[in-house]
Design a protein around this ligand. Structure first.
Ligand SMILES: Nc1ncnc2c1ncn2[C@@H]1O[C@H](COP(=O)(O)OP(=O)(O)OP(=O)(O)O)[C@@H](O)[C@H]1O
Ligand SMILES: [Mg+2]
Length: 281
C-alpha cells in the first residue's frame, strides 16, 4: 500500500486514487454523504503519510478527519485538469488543445491549451439532474438501475425529432436531430410510457444539453476534441452514445477516458507527490 493518496470529495461521490508498489493506479469511491466510511477506509490503511484533497466538500472531509492526517489542498479545477492531462497521456492520446467537460453532479467546462487552461462555463444539468429527474418521473433512484434501464429504453415516442415536424418535406437541418426533448408528449394522445423509455429520454436530454454547450465552446475556441469525464459516464454506454454521436454529428471528436470519474482524485494525488518531491530536494 502506498503512503500517499488523492481524494476528490464531490457533491455526490468521494473518489480516492493511489498507486501501488508496481505504479498501478487504484480507485475507490464512496457516497459523499457517508464521509464516515471514508474515515474508516483511511483507518484501515495506517501506513498513509500524506493526503492530497480537492473538491467542493473538502471542508466537510476535513471536519470528519479532524486533523488526524496531514492534508494538502488543491483547488478542484486545477486538480481536474492535472488529472485529465495525466489520464490522456496514460491512454496514449496526444492532444494539445481540447475542451474538457466534467459531468459530475453539475457540469463544468474547461478549455485546455498546452500547459494552460481556463474554466469557460458550465451548467446545472449534470449527473444530479439525471438522478433527480429519473426519480421524479419513474421512481427509479439508483444510478445503476437508471443506466441499465436507459440502455434498453426507446426515445422515439417521447422526443420530437426535426423530421416529425417536417412531415413529408425536406428538413432544413438533419431530420434525426431532436427538435424538442420530451416534445411529443404534449402533442400526442397517450401520455403513458414505460419507465425505461422515460429514463432513456431523460438521459438523452441531459446528454444533449451538455453536448450542445460543449460544442459551442469547442467552436468558440476552435478545438477539434472534446474530452468528456465525470462519474455520470461510468459504465454508462447509453449516455456515451448520446454524447459521442451528437459530438460527431457536429464535426468534433469526442474522447472518453477510461477512468472517467477519477481525474480530480488523480490530480490531487499527483499534486501531493510533486509537493513531496520538491520538499525532499
Ligand atoms: N455509485 C454511484 N452513486 C451515485 N451516483 C453515481 C454513482 N456512480 C455514478 N454516479 C453518477 O455520477 C454523478 C456524480 O459524478 P461525479 O462523481 O463526477 O460528481 P461529483 O464530483 O460528486 O460532483 P461535483 O463535481 O459536481 O461536485 C452522479 O450524479 C450520478 O449521476
Ligand atoms: Mg467532481
Amino acid at each position: 500500500m502506498t503512503k500517499v493518496i488523492g481524494i476528490d470529495t464531490g457533491g455526490t461521490l468521494t473518489k480516492i486514487a493511489y498507486f501501488d508498489e508496481q505504479a498501478t493506479l487504484h480507485y475507490v469511491s464512496f457516497p459523499s454523504n457517508d464521509l464516515a466510511a471514508v474515515k474508516e477506509w483511511l483507518k484501515a490503511h495506517p501506513g498513509l503519510e500524506d493526503i492530497g484533497v480537492t473538491g467542493g466538500r473538502t471542508e466537510q472531509l476535513r471536519e470528519e478527519l479532524r486533523d488526524e492526517k496531514a492534508i494538502h489542498y488543491i483547488v478542484e479545477f486545477e486538480a481536474t485538469l492535472k488529472g485529465v492531462r495525466y489520464l490522456l497521456k496514460k491512454e496514449g492520446h496526444c492532444i494539445n488543445e481540447s475542451i474538457i467537460t466534467n459531468i459530475g453532479t453539475g457540469t463544468s467546462v474547461h478549455y485546455m491549451s498546452g500547459n494552460s487552461d481556463i474554466r469557460v462555463g458550465g451548467t446545472g444539468i449534470g449527473g444530479g439532474t439525471l438522478i433527480g429527474l429519473s426519480a421524479l418521473t419513474t421512481g427509479v433512484t439508483e444510478f445503476e438501475d437508471i443506466r441499465k434501464m436507459a440502455q434498453l429504453g426507446k426515445r422515439e415516442q417521447i422526443d420530437l425529432l426535426v423530421k416529425d415536424i417536417y412531415r413529408g418535406m425536406d428538413t432544413p437541418i438533419d431530420g434525426n436531430l431532436t427538435a424538442s426533448n420530451f416534445g411529443k408528449v404534449g402533442i400526442t394522445e397517450d401520455p403513458k410510457h414505460p419507465p425505461a423509455d422515460i429514463l432513456a429520454t431523460v438521459q438523452g436530454l441531459v446528454g444533449e444539453v451538455i453536448t450542445t454547450m460543449s460544442i459551442q465552446y469547442a467552436e468558440a475556441h476552435q478545438a477539434e476534441h472534446i474530452v468528456y469525464i465525470g462519474s455520470t459516464l461510468s459504465d454508462n454506454q447509453h449516455l456515451q452514445q448520446v454524447i459521442g454521436n451528437y459530438t460527431r454529428t457536429k464535426k468534433r471528436t469526442p474522447i472518453f477516458v477510461g477512468d472517467h470519474g477519477f481525474a480530480g482524485a488523480v490530480g490531487a494525488l499527483l499534486n501531493i507527490m510533486e509537493h513531496e518531491k520538491t520538499s525532499s530536494q
